[in-house]
Design a binder for this molecule. Structure first.
Ligand code: NAD
Length: 429
């Protein structure tokens, strides 16, 4: 385990650079206390683990996993685990920092963390993924825990993987503490202690934000055209809920292909196809495959990036026709891309607000496990809606007060809460 200064040079326009530039801008605008600024400029802990796993062919492979814990002033560290070949310390660091802002903005008793394994999970069998996950959990040991650091699903991780983590963590402790440890992860399947509605929480929150945007700007969602990049958990559920508002899904892009249908794509049919096809949309019969480069310039009202970071950049932002970009993904817009969108008058619902339904859902799962309660999906969605709507109102008010964009407004709300906490509590010793 090591603690590192995060203000070290990283590769150009990496996600870390983006989050630090956003932070610096908001801290300047609001006049953030210099001591708090110093604290938040560093991650508390950065963990890198190398661990061996026997593959199905009998050979041993050594994997590298990460967990970066940025800040826990407000409560236990919280954030997803990603299985992807772009996972490294820089990515985990940036995503952990965004989590601190997100939980602070949402008013949750959590800090921020993120991690994952540098791996392409599509290259491994289910049995191998189970062994990799269990061994990674074992390697993290007591660096995670229900009152210390609580992982959740992210790109290429899912409820099954969360169930393996919870089971491994609990199985390595005394049997008498098994159910005290259930909430070491959130996003579990309902049968393994998960929360009804956690699966759809992020997409539900994205659409709750779009509904608030629609009300604020007087532009009805009904009849709007939308594009979704990434058709996994966030992309699918966003499309599912947005169609219910009367909008039409015109195009979808995932890692395998890009599809368009002017008459509309049925997200349920696409989801069923993708599920049966290794979670790839390639080959979907209900739309026409197009060149991925065409995606960003397609005529639309709403653009939902719901895949990876740094997707909207100086290269494609000029082509975007949307009235609003709803950031389902974390860090999808880089600094240059954002400047272009702003110049064009495109509204951006920033990631730390837009996709916060996920971590809010995770909070209720954590609370449900802690209290040994079981809630109904209707209650859960209502509670998520309430928190997301409250955050939206705060962000718009802060942006208005400081005459800044919504991203900076969101940062100001989050940073003010962290600043207040440090001011009230002081620094040990
Ligand atoms: P997922 O693994 O379920 O889906 C990811 C999707 O992105 C897949 O469809 C994949 O094919 C696609 N994708 C990957 N690389 C791509 C590329 N280069 N171009 C186009 N598409 C690509 O992941 P998810 O949980 O839906 O997460 C998506 C984003 O939302 C991530 O940025 C994640 O951090 C963020 N997020 C997720 C949650 C959550 O609850 N799962 C919560 C908040 C934010």
């Amino acid at each position: 385990m090591a603690t590192k200064d995060v203000e070290q040079p990283v590769r150009k326009q990496g996600m870390y650079e983006v989050v630090m530039e956003q932070f610096a801008h908001a801290a300047d605008v609001m006049g953030l206390d210099p001591g708090v600024r110093k604290i938040l400029s560093k991650t508390n802990t950065e963990i890198e683990v190398n661990f061996p796993v026997r593959l199905d062919n009998g050979k041993i492979e050594v994997f590298t996993g990460y967990r970066v814990q940025h800040n826990n002033a407000l409560g236990p560290y919280k954030g997803g685990l990603r299985y992807h070949d772009t996972v490294d310390l820089d990515a985990a660091r940036a995503l952990a920092i965004w989590m601190t802002w997100k939980t602070a903005l949402a008013g949750l008793p959590f800090g921020g963390a993120k991690g994952g394994i540098h791996i392409n999970p599509k290259n491994y069998s289910k049995g191998e993924l189970e062994r990799i996950t269990r061994r990674f959990t074992y390697a993290l040991g007591d660096n995670i825990g229900p009152d210390l650091d609580i992982p959740a699903p992210d790109v290429n991780t899912n409820p099954q993987i969360m169930a393996w983590i919870a089971d491994t963590f609990s199985s390595t402790k005394s049997p008498s503490t098994r159910f005290v440890n259930l909430h070491v992860v959130t996003g579990k399947p309902v049968g393994a202690g998960g929360l009804a509605g956690r699966d759809r929480a992020t997409g539900f929150g994205v659409v709750a934000n779009l509904k608030s945007w629609s009300k604020l700007t007087g532009q009805p969602l009904k009849g709007m055209r939308f594009l979704v990049q990434g058709f996994g958990n966030v992309g699918y559920w966003t499309a599912h809920f947005l169609i219910k508002e009367g909008a039409t899904l015109i195009a979808v892009q995932d890692a395998s292909a890009t599809f368009k249908n002017e008459k509309g794509i049925d997200p349920e049919a696409l989801q069923a196809y993708s599920d049966a096809n290794g979670r790839n949309v390639k080959g979907f019969p209900g739309a026409q495959e197009i060149d991925p480069k065409e995606f960003w310039g397609l005529k639309c009202d709403i653009l939902v990036p719901a895949a990876l970071g740094n997707q909207i950049t100086g290269d494609n932002a000029g082509a975007i026709t949307a009235k609003v970009v709803a950031e389902g993904a974390n860090g999808p817009t880089n600094i240059e891309g954002e400047a272009i969108l702003k110049k064009k008058g495109v509204d951006i619902i920033p990631d730390i607000l837009c996709n916060s339904g996920g971590v809010i859902g995770s909070y209720y799962e954590w609370l449900q496990n802690k209290r040994a309660e079981i809630w109904k999906i209707e209650q859960v969605l209502e509670m998520i809606q309430d928190k997301v709507d409250t955050s939206f109102g705060k962000v718009v008010a802060a942006a208005k007060e400081h005459k800044v964009d919504w991203r900076t407004g969101a940062y100001i709300v989050a940073l003010r809460r962290l600043e207040d906490t440090y001011m009230d509590r002081g620094i040990f010793p």
